[in-house]
Design a protein. Structure first.
Length: 420
């Protein structure tokens, strides 16, 4: 600690700020479905997620090692490059949060790092093989795997309970799925802390290596693990309510069995990737699982217009953050005045985004409101609904979830069969 310079201290603080934005940006991954179905109250959900994110930060360092010694070459890398990379990642995180889009904080970080490194030392500073195998391929595979798993799990869940018709059994089943949803949401939070907190640990460790404080290939020191875990937990508790609304209301109409299937599938994918050192996007995994769960129930549909905007944000994240990171690195290369100007632009841009968010605030009191979320059905949604129309009938009011949805098919375990 005694070797930390002013510049390195600024980089460490900026990395923790990114970790904080990562926390509130990705709260939706674990708790959006739990909040939208009413399984937990909003503030209770984010508090639970924050604690489990903190615990998860201590479970592994494999992802941190991938970032600190895998994506870019450490030799000759300047500390200013890390600062520029974080500027790109933070601004993209805040912009997508303002728009309510569940984009990837991980890819924002990777994009900023790649753009800044290329501006500083050229393309030779990037380990292309690591980027492809541990960043790009998981980015494509994770949402597909999680989505397919959630869809199959949802269909299996409804099939197992298709013959349950007794009202008392239906009530018990609904309560059981809500309890399972809470448990699976906790597992996702734990997995998120295990995967995403490590990314900040890796960035801080990389900064310490470039400054000569640590030897190349070193594991994150304990103080780095603790500070990263606390930062992401605080951000999680703040709650990224805009993105929670999109994930819980904007993509599909979920019921407790679907929420349980989606979160369990996503948590499995995230924990497996963390064990293997794959730095995938928890946002993409959870979003894919939510869409898969939406398609897994008869009569369930996905709002593809919302999903399309989300896919566009996914595709733009890495190159957009890379461009901002490269521009920030161009400024930092100019010396002290460039570093100062970059810091001013970061603070000013962040403040401007926050001011814009106050025009239409979203918090725990209105996160489940549907104003501005529901959209006219598109061609794909209409076609799916026509192929698998829900039966006509009024569901029992005491088993209604907090999400408006079409009347359920006969094999819905959370509701009694329709009466004619």
């Amino acid at each position: 600690m005694e070797h930390i310079t002013l510049l390195l201290a600024i980089v460490v603080v900026t990395a923790l700020v990114f970790d904080f934005t990562n926390g509130f940006h990705d709260t939706a991954n674990a708790m959006a479905t739990t909040i939208s179905t009413g399984a937990l109250k909003p503030k209770t959900a984010v508090a639970m997620s924050a604690v489990l994110n903190l615990i998860g930060a201590f479970l592994s360092v494999e992802v941190a090692k991938t970032i600190s010694g895998g994506i870019v070459n450490e030799n000759g890398l300047r500390t200013e490059v890390i600062f520029a990379a974080l500027v790109g990642a933070i601004l993209w995180n805040l912009l997508t949060w303002l728009l309510g889009l569940p984009s990837s904080s991980s890819h924002a970080l990777f994009g900023g790092l790649i753009g800044a490194a290329v501006m500083s030392a050229g393309w030779s500073s990037i380990n292309g093989g690591t980027v492809v195998t541990k960043v790009l391929l998981p980015a494509i595979a994770a949402p597909l795997v999680a989505g397919i798993a959630a869809m199959l799990a949802t269909r299996l869940t409804y099939r197992i309970n298709r013959n349950v018709t007794d009202p008392n059994q239906l009530k018990s089943t609904a309560k059981g799925y809500r309890a399972g949803q809470i448990a699976s949401a906790g597992l996702v939070s734990l997995a998120h802390g295990t995967n995403d907190a490590q990314k900040t640990m890796g960035i801080i460790t990389l900064a310490l290596v470039t400054s000569g404080v640590l030897a190349p290939g070193s594991n994150p020191p304990l103080w780095v693990i603790v500070s990263a875990g606390v930062a992401i937990a605080l951000g999680t508790y703040l709650g990224g309510w805009r993105i929670i609304r999109t994930m819980g209301k904007g993509l599909t109409d979920l019921r407790p069995p679907q929420g349980f299937a989606a979160q369990t599938s996503a948590a499995t994918v995230i924990l497996a990737s963390s064990h293997l050192g794959f730095s995938l996007s928890t946002t993409q995994s959870c979003s894919g699982a939510v869409m898969g769960a939406g398609l897994g129930r008869k009569g369930g549909v996905v709002r593809w217009s919302t999903a399309t905007r989300m896919f566009v944000a996914w595709g733009l994240t890495l190159p957009a953050a890379a461009l901002v990171g490269a521009a920030a690195e161009f400024l930092t290369k100019q010396g002290t005045w460039g570093i100062t100007l970059t810091a001013i632009l970061l603070v000013g841009g962040s403040f401007a985004i926050w001011v814009a968010s106050r025009r239409q605030p979203v918090d725990h009191t209105n996160v489940n409101d549907t104003d501005g979320v529901d959209e006219p059905q598109g061609v794909v949604t209409t076609a799916i609904a026509a192929v698998q129309p829900p039966p006509v009938g009024a569901p029992a009011s005491d088993l209604m979830t907090t999400i408006p949805a079409p009347a359920s098919a006969p094999d819905d375990p959370a509701r009694p069969p329709a009466t004619v």
